[in-house]
Design a binder for this molecule. Structure first.
Ligand code: NAD
Length: 421
């Protein structure tokens, strides 16, 4: 899987440079966007339950803020590294520009396995990271959000820590330091579901444009966490059948259809899909050879490399994860006629509703879930159609069209503002 022929940052940079060549992006804008503005790395000690201290390495990469404050998730995972976080931050700049949010791109993470820590230790790591980042993050400068292994519980600890460190006049503005908070602590309705829901809204656009119905289609999902499980929830509501799921423990397959609500409850209790419904747990490979209409990767990057792409038998890949397809994997998928809704569009529902949460925190006017969802749908449908127009006019694939739209937007803003000094 992945990585043999390059890193995620190389992959994202290559796409960026190819499209920059194609649209003759201004050299100064290319230079600025090819590296992040700020790379913050902090090493901080945390007291473990046994009284010992352990050092943790945390990252916050601020890629670009010409459109607005840095925005992007925070990942807790043993594989977090500078290259990965830089790539993910760059993807956020492109994503926000693509769907036209007044936000820039950032990403962060801490390199450790949260499953090895107690809940108390996890809380101390989270709070100490906020303290270590200090003034590098703020509700008007850089606003983190959930990503792999970080949900509403982590976000609310971050918010609480930041609010406790803020002075009385900033305290309530400080609530907007992170998005993806629990609804009763300043979060928004619909944020938890937003990324998975957005993936499915894009699949609905795909189906509408093709004149096909999602009802009765089969689909598979890699990663049954926040993005995967909510995408499954939305797909089931449309009458599609979930026939295979892969996560870090292996693959389950059930042609008759897996009950999404039941699986969700099972994973919440057991931490993985292994053992669900007495289904056999199969190797990773069996997920990629499984034949169905739509595959939704919603786990980690570099999952669909040439080896996987060669054996895949699906019509559409809707990228819930960031960077799940390597350039080599993508070439094979395209050659085999597999369509791809790229990450920067497919999973943009997450940052879009994060933006809505941030707006609500600033205005202190809270919206109903229907309002959030209908705004989200309008946003994604518009972006999807504009991307399709570029595909048709310029005869390019969807990922290129997304980058074209995003980079032109950024280039226009730089052209009008000028580059100081
Ligand atoms: P999560 O922690 O909730 O879930 C991650 C899932 O991936 C789990 O089911 C886990 O078992 C699975 N996984 C981990 N390692 C794996 C491996 N080696 N093989 C197969 N499965 C593996 O994370 P999430 O928030 O759902 O994020 C998933 C992806 O979606 C990431 O790429 C993330 O950057 C992207 N994303 C998330 C959001 C968001 O709002 N949370 C927004 C946009 C994009």
């Amino acid at each position: 899987m992945g990585m043999e022929n390059g890193s995620l940052f190389e992959f994202v940079s290559k796409k960026f440079n190819d499209v920059a060549d194609e649209i003759k992006l201004d050299d100064s804008v290319r230079t600025i966007l090819s590296q992040p503005k700020n790379e913050i790395i902090v090493n901080f000690p945390v007291k473990m339950d046994d009284g010992s201290y352990r050092m943790f390495k945390g990252y916050r990469i601020q890629h670009n803020n010409v459109l607005g404050p840095y925005k992007g998730g925070l990942r807790f995972h043993p594989c977090v590294n500078l290259d990965e976080v830089k790539a993910l931050a760059m993807l956020m700049t492109i994503k926000c520009a693509l769907v036209d949010l007044p936000l820039g791109g950032g990403k962060g993470g801490i390199k450790f396995d949260p499953a090895e820590l107690s809940r108390e230790e996890l809380e101390r790591v989270t709070r100490r990271f906020v303290a270590a980042l200090g003034t590098n993050i703020s509700p008007v400068h850089d606003i983190p959000a959930p990503d792999v292994n970080t949900g509403a519980d982590i976000m609310v600890w971050m918010m609480d820590t930041y609010m406790n460190l803020a002075g009385p006049n900033e305290k309530h503005l400080a609530r907007g330091i992170v998005t993806g908070k629990p609804v009763d602590c300043g979060g928004t309705e619909g944020r938890e579901q937003a990324t998975g829901r957005g993936v499915v809204m894009c699949i609905e656009e795909w189906a509408r444009n093709k004149g096909v119905s999602i009802e009765g289609m089969t689909y598979s999902i890699q990663g049954f966490g926040n993005v995967g499980s909510w995408a499954a929830d939305a797909m089931s509501r449309l009458g599609a059948r979930l026939t295979a799921v892969n996560d870090h423990t292996g693959t389950i397959v059930c042609e008759a259809g897996i009950d999404v609500a039941e699986l969700k409850e099972y994973v919440a209790q057991h931490g993985s899909v292994a053992g669900y419904g007495e289904l056999e747990i199969l190797p990773r490979h069996d997920f990629f050879t499984h034949s169905c209409d739509i595959m939704i990767p919603a786990a980690l990057e570099n999952q669909i490399d040439s080896a996987e792409a060669q054996v895949m038998k699906v019509k559409l890949v809707a990228e819930g994860a960031n960077g799940p397809t390597t350039p080599d994997g993508e070439k094979i998928l395209v050659k085999n006629g597999v369509e791809i809704i790229p990450d920067v569009l497919a999973n943009a529902g997450g940052v879009t509703v994060s933006y809505y949460e941030w707006v609500q925190n600033r205005t202190r006017d809270y919206w109903l879930e229907e309002e959030v969802n209908s705004k989200l749908r309008r946003k994604l449908s518009k972006a999807y159609q504009e991307v399709l127009d570029i595909c048709n006019e310029q005869q390019v694939d969807m990922r290129s069209a997304c980058y074209i739209k995003a980079l032109k937007h950024l280039a226009n803003v730089y052209a009008k503002r000028g580059i100081f000094p």
